[in-house]
Design a protein around this ligand. Structure first.
Ligand code: NAP
Length: 322
């Protein structure tokens, strides 16, 4: 008999096809995520769960799945929606999809950086509002990348890929993460600094840490006040790394110049969120890894982790907690 698995979202077909080769697949039939109570029902008795960042996989859900559960495979590199400790306590490995989405996410971070620096969304709006009557010598002036300083918080896989792109734009690069050495920073064209120095000296600050208790609201009223008045904040990590109320106040009061966000707290951002009223805040709907090839690779990698787990093999990419 094939192992029973539940896949929580309509992931790319290449991943589903691979899962079907080995497993008896129950697939959440709707495009929108399953409500928690539905998840509880559907995981009951399964051997494996393939999930995404829209599902809360907590201790209650892991318990509801029951004694057959052998693996939780997440189609994302971040896993802040999963209680990994609770899973590990029951001997259940958790898989994620590191590496395959690094380039796509770094590209999106750079797209946001360029868009915010050159005020693209304001320009688009200006045309749509019928205001483009002539070339303007002093209008929509943005920031240069060339010679500017980019501060990368979290010089991991994606942070390093962002540094690689920044070198092509002749930017100076500062980097901060907890275990970063001078040598490692230098190898990526960056200078290792502490967080206050990075915040003080950067023209652009880009976040690339996971969301953890330590990084929750890492960007807050105090850290925003440390940044340059001309600084631009880029967030492609998780919405929870930035205090949205503090960010709104900082953008409104010109404490910093602009922000470009792929991720928000909460997601989706409510239509009446004040951040959406600000011309200097560009927001896109969590599309960091959203390219055809990248999502296919993520789906396949998540499928392989799931299959390994339900067949008693070590996961190709398992989450290890420090
Ligand atoms: P990674 O290789 O593990 O890099 C994470 C980096 O953050 C490491 O350099 C780590 O170094 C640093 N870090 C962790 N805790 C820190 C702290 N408290 N203060 C400062 N630095 C800290 O992960 P990755 O593959 O680059 O992915 C990073 C995150 O991007 C993911 O966790 C996910 O949330 C997000 N992401 C978003 C999208 C999207 O669609 N927008 C797509 C992919 C990934 P130390 O441990 O030395 O501090």
């Amino acid at each position: 008999m094939k192992p029973k698995v539940f896949v929580t979202r309509q992931i790319p077909e290449i991943g589903l096809a691979r899962v079907r080769e080995v497993c008896d697949l129950d697939l959440w039939e709707h495009e929108d995520p399953a409500p928690y109570d539905q998840l509880l029902e559907r995981v009951r008795g399964v051997d494996g769960v393939l999930c995404t960042l829209t599902e809360r996989i907590d201790e209650g859900l892991i318990a509801a799945a029951g004694a057959n559960l052998k693996v939780i495979s997440q189609m994302a590199v971040g896993y802040d929606n999963i209680d990994v400790r609770a899973a590990h306590a029951r001997g259940i490995p958790v898989g994620n999809t590191p590496g395959v989405l690094t380039a796509a996410t770094a590209d999106l971070a750079f797209a946001l950086l360029l868009a915010a620096a050159r005020r693209l969304s304001e320009g688009v709006q200006y045309i749509r509002d019928g205001q483009w009557t002539t070339w303007q010598p002093r209008h929509l002036l943005g920031a240069d990348l060339n010679g500017a300083t980019l501060g990368i918080i979290g010089l991991g896989r994606i942070g390093k890929a962002v540094a690689q792109r920044a070198r092509g734009f002749d930017m100076n690069i500062l980097a901060y993460s907890r275990h970063l050495t001078d040598e490692e920073a230098r190898a990526h064209g960056a200078t290792r600094v502490d967080l206050p120095t990075l915040l003080h000296e950067s023209d652009f600050v880009s976040l690339h840490t996971p969301l953890t208790p330590d990084t929750r609201h890492l960007i807050n009223r105090e850290t925003l006040a440390e940044m340059k008045q001309t600084a631009i904040l880029i967030n492609t990590t998780r919405g929870g790394t930035v205090d949205p109320h503090a960010l709104y106040a900082a953008l409104r009061d010109n404490v910093i110049a602009a922000a470009a966000l792929d991720v928000t707290e909460p997601e989706p951002i409510p239509l009446d969120d004040p951040l959406l009223t600000l011309p200097n805040c560009l927001i896109v709907p969590h599309i960091g890894s959203a390219t055809v090839k990248t999502r296919d690779k993520m789906a396949l990698m998540a499928a392989e982790n799931l299959i390994a787990g339900v067949t008693g093999q070590p996961l190709p990419t398992a989450v290890k907690l420090g």
